[in-house]
Design a protein around this ligand. Structure first.
Ligand code: MG
Ligand code: MG
Length: 256
């Protein structure tokens, strides 16, 4: 396993990109409303990224095993879609009560940050609100565990502790990852980790931590478009992600 540690200077660049990243997600979150086409969100994201002098990391990115490059800047995953929903395929219009995950990868001065949020569209029922709240809390606890002296397994243990206290499930086979020079770098950061197991966390590691939580079972399936990952049982799923740098003293959330 080769983990690329980032220098303080690189982390500073990622912090600048990450601030911009958070601003863009904030603007997009504010646009979410019933009747809006996901294409409009995609176009606005492209405009804002360009305006900041940056580039979209997912657009044209071809992950290992994919048959074609990813065709958009955003992944927009609605309700039973867990991750990698494509905004500019078919007519995807947001409806009242939807829960909408928006995932963005941003390249600032050659370095990539990765962050996602899940937004309520209109009036969302109690279960959907609870799902989002738990997923956000799972990310928060995962980030708290991401500090030097701990291990990769401690992050997942903290995340799964939050989720296992609820009726919800972590989406199986989907994990966080190292990030920076590439969208996906080592190490893998599983959401269901075991305390004390896995790679030791050291200053200079930059990790995308990203719990994905389903209302029903954790089983997943891939759609015919080759990218969109859905819950197998059709239940809803939420997703929050931050890019986090491990430092000597603890960590810095780069995408806040
Ligand atoms: Mg992401
Ligand atoms: Mg990611």
């Amino acid at each position: 396993m080769t983990i690329t540690l980032k220098s303080e200077k690189e982390i500073e660049i990622m912090r600048k990109g990450g601030r911009r990243h958070a601003e863009i997600l904030g603007v997009l979150a504010g646009m979410v409303k019933p009747g809006l086409s996901t294409l409009i969100l995609e176009e606005e994201a492209l405009r804002l990224i360009k305006e900041g002098g940056d580039r979209a990391a997912f657009l044209g990115y071809q992950p290992a095993g994919a048959k074609r490059p990813y065709p958009a800047a955003l992944c927009i995953s609605i309700n039973d879609e867990i991750v990698h929903g494509i905004p500019n395929e078919a007519e995807r219009i947001l409806r009242d009560g939807d829960i909408v995950s928006i995932d963005l990868g941003l390249i600032h001065n050659g370095l990539i940050t990765d962050s996602a949020i899940t937004i309520l569209c209109g009036a969302v029922d109690d279960e959907g609100r609870k799902l989002i709240e738990i997923t956000r809390l799972a990310l928060e606890k995962g980030i708290e565990a991401a500090k030097p002296g701990n291990t990769i397994g401690d992050i997942g243990a903290a995340i799964s502790k939050v989720v296992s206290a609820t009726p919800f499930s972590l989406a199986k086979d989907l994990a966080g990852h190292g990030v920076g020079h590439k969208v996906h770098e080592e190490p893998l950061v599983p959401n269901a980790g075991r305390a004390g197991k896995g790679e030791k966390l050291v200053a200079g590691m930059v990790l995308a931590i990203e719990p994905m939580v389903n209302v029903g079972s954790g089983e997943i399936k891939i759609s015919p478009d080759g990218y969109t990952i859905k819950t197998k049982d059709g239940s809803r799923s939420a997703h929050f992600e931050h890019t986090v740098a491990i430092t000597e003293k603890g960590n810095i959330i780069l995408t806040s």
